[in-house]
Write a protein that binds this ligand. Structure first.
Ligand code: HXC
Length: 257
């Protein structure tokens, strides 16, 4: 199966997915979503695959949802189509998924990493939720999953200021499980995934379900609420301005309307 935005391969008993849109720092567009769902489905159907590793490039895991794809969208359309709700399916992968993050994991990229079961980061990793600088808010789970992962203080700090945090801060905060040298990143993640793949599938899957349950209580409602707010921001002038300014490479002039 040929993929346009991903490299999909098997290493031993591990499914390896590499985000591959280098020209856009792996920004997540609708093709990435469609292909990621297909790749995961293929790995789920493959009895030999016991775990999945999701990674990007050295420079970027993913620099966010694709701003150029979102820029022209209007509230009514994205509300009716429930824009980005398809990512819920990615988050619900039943086999364990490890995110191997190097470089930028911003906005939807940070949110995609948090949809994985745990994150192994390279020393160069940078995490953030910069949506606020575009006149919107996280829409793929950031306000819910980041808050659950790092607590209110750090989540508010990151989401309200849009600043990035480095790998050391992310590890201190509990967002990532391990930090390794950049050249070790993929091997470390593949070894962890191979270990998981060597264990009992039902127990691994149930362990994953059990731990995930701790995060899911009331998460549904939070995600739905967040998504509706995200949709409604496309009715504001500041979303138009924030995204236009990014694309035109200038500072946004927000009118707070
Ligand atoms: C579309 C993007 C992009 C994005 C980068 N690019 N991020 N395109 N969507 N999210 C493109 C740039 O336009 C540029 O294309 C190329 O990738 C290289 O990026 P540069 O900006 O030139 O690189 P650099 O100067 O090194 O800066 C890296 C960066 C910056 C700090 C990561 O690109 C950046 O701030 N990106 C946006 C980060 C962001 O705001 N993410 C949140 C998105 S909103 P050209 O063609 O000019 O070479 C979001 C919402 C999720 O994720 C919620 C639901 C959808």
């Amino acid at each position: 199966m040929a993929y346009e935005t991903l490299i999909v391969e098997t290493r031993g008993n591990v499914g390896l997915v590499t985000l591959n849109r280098p020209q856009a720092l792996n920004a997540l567009n609708s093709t990435v979503l469609k292909e990621l769902k297909e790749a995961y489905a293929a790995f789920h159907a493959d009895e030999t695959v016991g775990a999945i590793v999701l990674t990007g490039s050295e420079r970027a895991f993913a620099a966010g949802a694709d701003i150029k794809e979102m820029q022209p969208l209007e509230f009514a359309d994205i509300y009716k189509s429930d824009f980005i709700s398809g990512w819920d399916e990615v988050a619900k992968a039943r086999k364990p998924v490890i995110a191997a993050v190097s470089g930028f994991a911003l906005g939807g990229g940070c949110e995609l990493a948090m949809m994985c079961d745990f994150i192994i980061a390279s020393e160069t990793a940078k995490f953030g939720q910069p949506e606020i600088t575009l006149g919107v808010i996280p829409g793929m789970g950031g306000s819910q999953r980041l808050t659950r992962a790092v607590g209110k203080a750090k989540a508010m700090d990151l989401i309200l200021t849009g600043r990035m945090m480095d790998a050391a801060e992310a590890e201190r905060s509990g967002l990532v499980s391990r930090v390794v040298a950049p050249e070790r990143l993929l091997d470390e993640a593949l070894a962890a995934a191979e270990k998981i793949a060597s264990l009992s599938r039902p127990s691994v899957m149930m362990a994953k379900e059990a731990v995930s349950r701790a995060f899911e209580t009331t998460l549904e409602e939070g995600l739905r609420f967040e998504r509706r707010l995200f949709h409604s921001l496309f009715a504001t002038d500041d979303q138009k301005e924030g995204m236009a300014a990014f694309v035109e490479k200038r500072k946004p002039a927000f009118t707070h309307r």
